[in-house]
Design a protein around this ligand. Sequence first.
Ligand code: DAT
Ligand code: MG
Length: 137
Amino acid sequence: MEQTFFIIKPDGVKRGLVGEVLKRIEQRGFTIEKLELRSQVSEELIDQHYQDLVGQSFYPPIHEFMTSGPVLVGIISGPKVIETWRTMMGATRPEEALPGTIRGDFAKAASENQAIQNVVHGSDSEESAKREIALWF
Ligand code: DAT
Ligand code: MG
């Protein structure tokens, strides 16, 4: 069965959206295989997680945001879960995320030079899912 890795980011945990996000996962019929609250994510781990973004000019605020508070991390499984979870999350930019998606319903638009705070993460391919599951668990 296909698996993907997800994060409820610090904004999602702070705003009390854990139940809402987990409800959507369950409603969709996906199985929660693993679920852990990480009270503090290490600097190294987040840089490895975002290895493709580390060199970008906009990366420092992302690093700061993702290490700013507790996150919930987990593995979910089901048919086509990687692609479906990305669809359920919605577009990266809050202003582009469609209503009905998690980001479209909850993400707040960021001001300039701020990290985009968009509530959830999900692996973007089979390869990323494998890599991220091995990295976090
Ligand atoms: P996604 O989270 O939709 O997979 P991504 O992997 O390209 O998007 O980027 C990871 C996170 O980094 C994203 O959720 C928000 C932030 N981010 C991406 N591009 C950004 C940008 N140009 N400016 C500010 N933050 C950005
Ligand atoms: Mg990504």
